[in-house]
Design a protein around this ligand. Sequence first.
Ligand SMILES: Nc1ncnc2c1ncn2[C@@H]1O[C@H](COP(=O)(O)OP(=O)(O)O)[C@@H](O)[C@H]1O
Ligand SMILES: Cc1cn([C@H]2C[C@H](O)[C@@H](COP(=O)(O)OP(=O)(O)O)O2)c(=O)[nH]c1=O
Length: 234
Amino acid sequence: MTPSSPASVAASPPASRGLFISFEGIDGAGKSSHIQGLHDAFVAAGRQVVSTREPGGTPLAEKLRALFLQEPMDALTEALLVFAGRRDHLQQVIEPALARGDVVLCDRFTDATFAYQGAGRGFDLQVLSVLEHMVQARPELGQGVLRQPDLTIWFDLPTEVAAERLAGARAPDRFEAEPQQFFARVAAGYAERALAQPERFARIDSHQPKPAVWQAVREAVEAQGWLSASQVEG
Ligand SMILES: Nc1ncnc2c1ncn2[C@@H]1O[C@H](COP(=O)(O)OP(=O)(O)O)[C@@H](O)[C@H]1O
Ligand SMILES: Cc1cn([C@H]2C[C@H](O)[C@@H](COP(=O)(O)OP(=O)(O)O)O2)c(=O)[nH]c1=O
């Protein structure tokens, strides 16, 4: 039997497939509260996990994040900065982790750009789509194939409830200081993205007590067959 025959391939232990999971929602929707819980659940299931975030995730992208969150700028500059950081993040962290077979948990990804810069700021969605195609292209898999999350956990919450949760919780950054109408547009932007790519979106009703939200998060992941039922509380 040659080393490359199917039987000899099957004889080696199956490598885990890398999983890319993003977390989205308006500010205050409650996603940060559950990322650590999911991290722990995957570790308990024997997986290597990389928890990361956008904007940020690499030394360069974290520098861009600080500018992005604090300095006044127009929507095109916001989009260029966030996609520049995303490119570095993909190359330095996300793609290597997925190639190793790790689970990547990413606090926000490109859906946030469509929701915040696109729907929130009113910036041209086609330009965002061009940037998305440049930054996330996977030419080795064919023209037009993009790196996208395998699953996007979307925390959906009425804007007024998110505002109440955030009030006094932390010093607002440039986005958190926006009025509720801005977040209503952002929420509509997420809904539009979820409608366009339903196969990878799991909508979580975040207007529930934390344990119920955690249960819904776990169920969304288990529905993909990625975690066995049991283990770890969020
Ligand atoms: N289900 C919930 N019910 C009530 N308060 C919550 C819930 N989930 C999160 N919070 C609180 O709301 C605030 C924002 O939550 P956080 O997880 O930081 O949101 P995000 O990361 O989406 O901005 C925090 O003070 C957090 O403790
Ligand atoms: C990834 C991304 C985030 N943002 C915004 C959303 C958030 O208001 C902010 C930072 O996100 P986040 O890290 O979720 O903030 P926090 O840790 O304070 O909850 O950046 C964009 O406007 N566009 C993007 O592409």
